[in-house]
Design a binder for this molecule. Structure first.
Ligand code: URA
Length: 204
């Protein structure tokens, strides 16, 4: 798995890491992105949720999960009885990757190399926070945390372990559920996600 090898960050606090990540040149995504979007949340958080990468809103505002996917996630966490303020939220990749279509900026999935390079920062956050539970939201986060040993389709809803032994709940990305809106199964899919998020509670 690409992530957990970055013990050298364990000495740095999260602000120091955030400041260093703002200067990151480990891949090219910093060139087009507005700013780095580092993880945020309770320093004492026992649960660390990992998404894919900041979206358009996150890139503009500099905070994770503050756009449509974040609002959707907030609602689901609330319904699952989890206070977002008790968690730490971050992304596998810390810069927004996109293609321009006229004035619009359309999300592009980060590639394996970008995820591997950015695992430097994700590993640092994990080393610092030493969470009791990681939550992988979607395929990119699952790959970043677990490598190719697990996949969302096969392992969704399960709690598995990273190579360094941290329990990791595998679930879908909230953006994937936003795309089901208007479909007959949308409510059922949301319900399934909320049920999976309830598995966080014993770790808080
Ligand atoms: N999607 C993500 O994966 N992360 C964010 O911060 C926002 C949307």
């Amino acid at each position: 798995a690409p992530a957990p090898a970055f013990q050298e960050h364990a000495q740095d606090d999260l602000e120091t890491m955030h400041a260093a990540a703002a200067e990151c040149r480990r891949c090219d995504l910093y060139r087009e992105a507005t700013q780095v979007v580092f993880g945020e949340g309770a320093t004492r958080a026992r649960v660390l949720l990992v998404g894919e990468q900041p979206g358009d809103r996150e890139d503009q505002l500099g905070h994770p999960f503050v756009g449509p996917a974040g609002r959707f996630l907030d609602g689901c966490l609330e319904e699952a009885g989890i206070d977002r303020a008790d968690c730490y939220l971050t992304n596998a990749v810390k810069h927004f990757k996109f293609k321009r279509f006229g004035k619009r900026r359309i999300h592009e999935r980060p590639n394996t190399g970008e995820v591997r390079q950015c695992a430097w920062w994700l590993g640092g956050e994990i080393a610092r926070l030493k969470p009791a539970l990681l939550v992988a939201l979607g395929a990119t986060a699952t790959f970043a945390l677990l490598g190719k040993r697990h996949a969302v389709t096969a392992d969704r809803g399960r709690i598995v372990e990273t190579e360094s032994g941290i329990p990791t709940l595998i679930t879908v990305h909230p953006s994937a559920l936003l795309r089901t809106r208007g479909r007959p199964d949308a409510e059922q899919e949301r319900g399934r996600f909320v049920a999976e998020l309830r598995k966080i509670k014993p770790y808080l």
